[in-house]
Design a protein around this ligand. Structure first.
Ligand SMILES: [Zn+2]
Length: 354
């Protein structure tokens, strides 16, 4: 099909797709989205599992459109044919009152516009018309509806809690007469429109803790017996969000704390974090939380060109290790952190040195 740039094989023939998957499997442990850029000035592209585009003058702009298909799951806002008619984020047969983007209806050029005037195209509706969304034509931005779904998808794919302390969410103890700091390291948008609210046992902490990433809790603030719940609620208050998506931009984290005991018990088990594993860098320390069976880890840092910056072997105690970074590793650069344990655990992650 003219302009439809795809990977070899068509229909049920997945030869090219399978070959590409094998290349990825053998060469890249982790990837989020693959872009196939073809060294040809002929115009064309496609979305799906892999996004494709060419070096045509409009190739970069087209790629933004294709990425919105691949990454976000948006559908064309031009009529691509009856075969593409389906209920999707930005395509619906629902009424104005029940459609997914009803909270935007009547503002920001958003409405409920039929794709066409006859047949199936008259039964399906889109949020914009007249070339106001990148999913319809090249060059305009995504419409408000497609933008909100894109932001939600980014939140869904990333972990808003880049890091936090203590890293165990249960079994935290604060001894009488002492206190403990609870810290959040969040992935934030720019400009930062996230708001943080703290509650302890469902009571708001004093207003001066709003938006603080660190709060200090003392034993006297806790009930003497039983469990105390400290919760941070993070919400992105951007005007680009009206809550039409899955609300991934609103997230909470809760520590369960008891008063007393021998003091602060941190990192007591391998369920310390929901996913049980964390590798990252903060305060110029590499911090690792690994599967409990691991005894040793081989830790390496590479720059984005693959040059080794730092390597060391560490002993893992109770799933946890922290390693001070040498001064030679510059801050504010993206690096690949590679962690391999004696139990076969293997993780590569791009992180910012800070
Ligand atoms: Zn749109």
């Amino acid at each position: 099909m003219e302009r439809l740039l795809t990977i070899d094989g068509s229909g049920s023939d997945r030869t090219g797709t399978n070959r590409l998957r094998a290349v990825l499997r053998n060469n890249f442990n982790e990837y989020d989205q693959v872009i196939m850029l073809v060294n040809s000035t002929k115009y064309g592209g496609s979305g799906g599992e892999f996004s494709t585009s060419s070096v045509h003058n409009s190739g970069a702009e087209l790629l933004r459109h294709e990425l919105a298909h691949s990454l976000v799951g948006l559908i064309d806002e031009y009529w691509a044919g009856d075969g593409y008619a389906t209920d999707r984020l930005n395509m619906t047969r629902a009424s104005a009152e029940t459609m997914r983007w009803r909270l935007w209806n009547g503002s920001a050029n958003i409405g409920r516009f039929a794709h066409g005037t006859s047949g199936l195209s008259a039964q399906y509706f889109k949020p914009t018309t007249g070339g106001r969304c990148k999913m319809e034509v090249l060059n305009p931005r995504l419409c408000a509806v497609c933008t909100e779904f894109t932001i939600e998808k980014i939140y869904e794919m990333s972990d808003i809690f880049d890091d936090y302390y203590p890293q165990n969410l249960t079994g935290v103890q604060i001894a009488d007469g002492s206190s403990l700091e609870f810290e959040l390291y969040l992935l934030t948008p720019f400009p930062n429109t996230q708001r943080i609210r703290w509650t302890l046992n469902n009571q708001a902490l004093p207003a001066n803790t709003n938006n603080l990433a660190v709060v200090q809790i003392s034993a006297t603030q806790l009930t003497a017996t039983g469990n105390n719940r400290l919760t941070a609620t993070i919400q992105d208050t951007s005007s680009m969000l009206r809550g039409i998506g899955r609300n991934e931009s609103l997230q909470t984290i809760t520590w369960n704390i008891t008063r007393g005991g021998g003091g602060v018990a941190i990192l007591d088990n391998d369920n310390a974090r929901a996913r049980g594993v964390f590798v990252g860098i903060s305060n110029q320390e590499i911090r690792l939380l690994l599967p409990s069976a691991a005894n040793k880890a081989d830790v390496a840092l590479y720059d984005i060109k693959g040059r080794l910056l730092f390597r060391t072997d560490v002993n893992i105690k109770g799933s946890f290790a922290s390693i001070a970074l040498p001064k030679s590793v510059a801050t504010n650069q993206a690096v690949i952190l590679q962690v391999k344990t004696d139990t076969g655990f293997n993780k590569n992650k791009m992180v910012l040195v800070r």
